[in-house]
Ligand binder design. Structure first.
Ligand SMILES: CC/C=C\C/C=C\C/C=C\C/C=C\C/C=C\C/C=C\CCC(=O)SCCNC(=O)CCNC(=O)[C@H](O)C(C)(C)COP(=O)(O)OP(=O)(O)OC[C@H]1O[C@@H](n2cnc3c(N)ncnc32)[C@H](O)[C@@H]1OP(=O)(O)O
Ligand SMILES: CCCCCCCCCCCCCCCC(=O)OC[C@@H](O)COP(=O)(O)O
Length: 377
């Protein structure tokens, strides 16, 4: 292990990165709150400002991936698809078995200039995650309870609101609805069997309702679906904690552009189309597991300096007062003050650990874990 790697793996570095993220995030959330009165006056101005403020939070996590850990994410694609990236709004369909898959998505959003406006159909629980959930409120992220009877109306309404969004956006959909575990895979393959669908080896059976409602409501302003398949080399299992300790991973993402016109409008046909898409994704994953490559050419855009500059800005604003505070604290000699500060630090660390835990598959939900309903047909 080199000296730089040794420094990066120290707990104090992790604490300082989390401190900058937490305090800058709270300041940005506060600024976002202050933009609310703009909504009735100029909705589009409110949205444009919040894209920039959101960028300042999300890009810190991208900086962690790109600059701190030095993780490489290769993009496999085709030149005829590539020329559209960043120049149109699109629905992104991505597999969901890697803890930092959202971050690999974000790194490409950043490189194609759509990070601040990126959207997702997210489970409702994520709306309550401090900083990220609060930021998402102002970015009009679409939340679902994964209870169709409740979601069908609220999700459709939130999607309709995005039709006049003033910036190009990528709307991420994990159609599997939850992260891959062996048990969830087994159960979803029972469902596949009961529906007469071919079994998938590398994916859970996709849920078709969310995809269908998204296509229905965003057709027009959104001009394509980006079918994206992500994997990591050498069976790496990247984690957010790994990134924070400076570990470098090697990801590959295959993205092909599918024009919206080629997606059926009829609900049943659209569902069948999605099942076929996942069968193809499964073949791409199989090819990757055998050859270590996806189809297409490697067309990775270079990382840009903005995420690093944004982080350096916040670090320089926030680390200096922290140092001053610590010096004054120690020199005060008051054990009550020192103990209170230590307790506060522990509480904040526990909170941050809980947030990081949101990305961990072993702490995931039980959605998709229940035995499939018996099909009597
Ligand atoms: C160039 C580079 C390109 C790309 C870069 C990549 C990406 C960047 C883009 C944007 C980034 C933006 C943000 C990223 C940041 C962070 C986000 C991170 C993650 C958050 C993601 C999540 O929270 S995932 C969870 C929430 N989302 C979803 O669930 C979406 C998918 N789900 C659905 O669509 C569902 O249908 C639903 C949620 C709308 C409703 O769910 P519900 O359960 O109520 O209904 P279902 O219809 O799904 O269920 C009933 C039917 O399902 C059958 N069934 C039963 N059991 C199972 C089973 N185990 N598996 C599969 N199917 C099952 C059942 O039989 C019913 O079938 P019917 O035939 O009767 O419909
Ligand atoms: C730069 C400093 C970074 C400090 C760490 C901050 C950590 C905040 C991370 C919160 C981001 C949350 C995004 C998690 C997305 C995710 O992966 O959600 C899972 C859902 O799809 C499915 O859930 P499940 O059904 O449980 O599998």
């Amino acid at each position: 292990m080199g000296v730089w790697q040794l420094i990066k793996s120290q707990f104090i570095c992790l604490l300082l990165i989390c401190y900058v993220f937490l305090v800058s995030g709270l300041i940005i959330n506060l600024l976002q709150l202050c933009t609310l009165p703009l909504w009735p006056i100029s909705k589009q101005l409110y949205r444009r400002i919040n894209c920039r403020l959101g960028y300042s939070i999300a890009s810190q996590m991208v900086a962690l991936l790109e600059w701190w850990s030095g993780t490489e994410c290769n993009l496999y694609s085709h030149p005829e698809s590539y020329k559209y990236f960043g120049k149109e709004s699109a629905i992104v369909v991505l597999n969901h078995n890697i803890e930092i898959d959202f971050l690999c998505g974000w790194t490409f959003c950043e490189r194609f200039g759509v990070l601040g406006s990126s959207k997702v159909l997210a489970k409702k629980e994520l709306a309550y995650v401090p900083l990220i959930g609060w930021m998402w409120y102002h970015l009009e992220i679409v939340f679902c309870k994964r209870k169709w009877e409740e979601d069908r109306r609220t999700v459709a309404q939130s999607l309709q609101n995005l039709r006049d969004y003033p910036e190009n956006f990528w709307f991420l959909l994990h159609c599997e609805g939850t992260r891959f575990t062996e048990k969830k895979h087994q159960i979803s393959m029972q469902v596949a069997e009961s529906k007469g669908l071919p079994k998938l080896k590398h994916h859970l059976l996709p849920r078709t309702k969310g995809f269908n409602i998204t296509v229905q409501n965003l057709r027009g302003p959104v001009t394509a679906v980006y079918d994206s398949t992500l994997n990591f080399r050498n069976n790496e299992t990247p984690t957010l904690l790994g990134l924070l300790s400076g570990k470098k991973y090697h990801g590959d993402m295959y993205v092909r552009r599918i024009p919206m016109e080629s997606i059926p409008e009829d609900e049943g046909e659209c569902g069948a189309w999605l099942h076929k898409l996942y069968q193809e994704k499964d073949q791409f994953q199989e090819e990757y597991s055998q050859t270590g490559r996806f189809p297409g050419a490697v067309l990775t855009p270079a990382r840009r300096p903005w995420t690093l500059l944004n982080w350096l800005f916040w670090a320089s604003v926030l680390l200096y007062p922290l140092a001053g505070l610590l010096v004054r604290l120690v020199s005060s000699g008051s054990s009550a003050t020192i103990l209170t500060t230590a307790a506060l630090c522990v509480a904040v660390s526990v909170g941050m650990r809980w947030m990081i835990g949101q990305t961990e598959i072993k702490k995931g939900s039980s959605y998709g874990n229940k035995d499939a309903p018996v099909n009597n047909n």
